[in-house]
Design a protein around this ligand. Structure first.
Ligand SMILES: *Cc1c(COP(=O)(O)O)cnc(C)c1O
Length: 405
């Protein structure tokens, strides 16, 4: 079927590089040098692999990892740029970015635990983390001891405890773990302290400065902030990050360059988003508490919150999350949720869009009554993540959904 090639047409096609059209289609333009007037921010390096100048350069790679890029599962310039921004925000020497919060958490735990190690963990954890500790780690002969978060610093630990894992603030009760007290105990016992700080963000708390060895964040939440990406981060010292970086290369959970760019862009507005969302949450908490239709209003800014004083010491703000407990249990919570018009009925948190969810139906689904009691979760609870909308509009939505008392 192929026509005899027309020599003159073929010759024209080879210009200007003397290569065939198929070769040009693949390679022309790729040799463009980096601009002498560089972009304001690092662009998306959507590349799986990088070009080495000589065969000998491969040999230099292990020593020059800082400048040479080999393969994007190992490192990528866009990912590295957002890691630097994240490290700076956390006050950390370094940071590693992952494709989700759970990828960061699981890689960090597997990197620092071996069969036979003992792990002390808070009994009030994000559902995914709790299931990882309760169901997966025991298969590798790591059996966690779960302790209630307000007892974890003082209760007896197994001797030789290797690692302590907590979250603060805690979902959905917004209780806090006293990180100074806990890190002092960890130092005495020679245990590493890993803190999931997703509900605080580096704007409101710096777990590393309070003595933690590693801070983990689901960057899907307030760091990303626009409900359009999944990402996770682990930040700390090279001593703690080294084994995690090595295991990330093996397990493959690195963040994609596109999402790294999107996250880097979101971080530019993180402080002003957090500031505004916290102000709206505290404002709504005050109005709801005064209103008295909810049985309980939970926000660390309120004097009625059991950790109000600790929040003042440990955090520079009270957070964008707000929980209410309704009289009438789960049916009342579901009725309330169905009446909302501006708040989206959705899980996740920290976005510019306000969302509402029922913990026993979402984050704590499937937990036994005993587990719920220990986590302080009741069926009538509704968790609200306050976004960037006008607080008065959010209030009108809550007011209508609460209905007549
Ligand atoms: C969402 C969340 C995670 C898990 O993060 P993903 O990005 O969904 O994998 C872990 N910890 C906390 C506190 C979270 O809210």
């Amino acid at each position: 079927m192929a026509r005899t090639p027309n020599r003159r047409v073929e010759a024209r096609r080879r210009e200007p590089l003397g290569k065939g059209l198929a070769t040009l289609a693949v390679h022309a333009g790729a040799e463009l040098p980096p601009p002498a007037t560089p972009p304001l921010d690092v662009p998306v390096y959507r590349a799986s692999t990088f070009r080495f100048s000589s065969a000998a350069a491969f040999g230099r790679y292990p020593d020059e990892r800082g400048e040479l890029y080999l393969y994007t599962r190992y490192e990528n310039p866009t990912v590295r740029a957002v890691e630097r921004r994240l490290a700076a925000l956390e006050g950390a020497e370094g940071a590693l970015a992952f494709g989700s919060g759970m990828a960061a958490i699981s890689t960090a735990l597997f990197a620092h635990l071996s069969a036979g190690d003992s792990l002390v963990a808070s009994s009030a954890l994000y559902g995914g983390s709790y299931r990882l500790l309760r169901d997966v780690l025991p298969r590798f002969d790591v059996s966690p001891l779960f302790l209630e978060p307000d007892r974890i610093a003082s209760a007896p630990w197994p001797s030789g405890a290797r690692l302590v894992y907590v979250e603060t603030p805690i979902n959905p009760t917004l209780r806090l773990v006293d990180l100074r007290a806990l890190s002092a105990r960890c130092r005495e016992e020679g245990a590493l302290l890993f803190v999931d700080g997703t509900f605080g963000s580096p704007v409101l708390q710096r777990p590393l400065a309070l003595g933690a060895d590693l801070v983990l964040e689901s960057a899907t939440k307030i760091l990303g902030g626009h409900s359009d990406l999944l990402a996770g981060v682990a930040a700390g010292s090279p001593r703690v990050l080294g084994p995690i970086a090595a295991l990330r290369r093996a397990l493959g959970g690195i963040l994609s360059p596109d999402d790294a760019f999107q996250l880097a862009r979101s971080l530019k507005t993180l402080p002003i988003r957090v500031e505004r969302q916290c102000r709206s949450a505290a404002d709504l908490a005050r109005r709801l508490e005064r209103d008295r239709r909810p049985e309980r209003v939970i926000h660390p800014s309120l004097r009625s919150h059991p950790d109000h004083a600790l929040a003042r010491r440990q955090m520079s703000g009270f957070g964008w999350m707000l929980t209410i407990a309704l009289r009438g249990g789960l049916p009342a919570a579901r009725r309330f949720l169905d009446r909302l018009e501006l708040f989206a009925r959705a899980t996740s948190l920290g976005g510019v869009e306000s969302v509402a969810s029922i913990p026993v139906d979402t984050s704590h689904v499937g937990q036994s009554p005993g587990e719920l009691r220990r986590a302080g979760v009741t069926p009538g609870m509704v968790r609200l993540s306050i976004g960037l909308e006008e607080p008065d509009d959010l209030w009108r939505d809550l007011d209508r959904a609460l209905g007549r008392a």
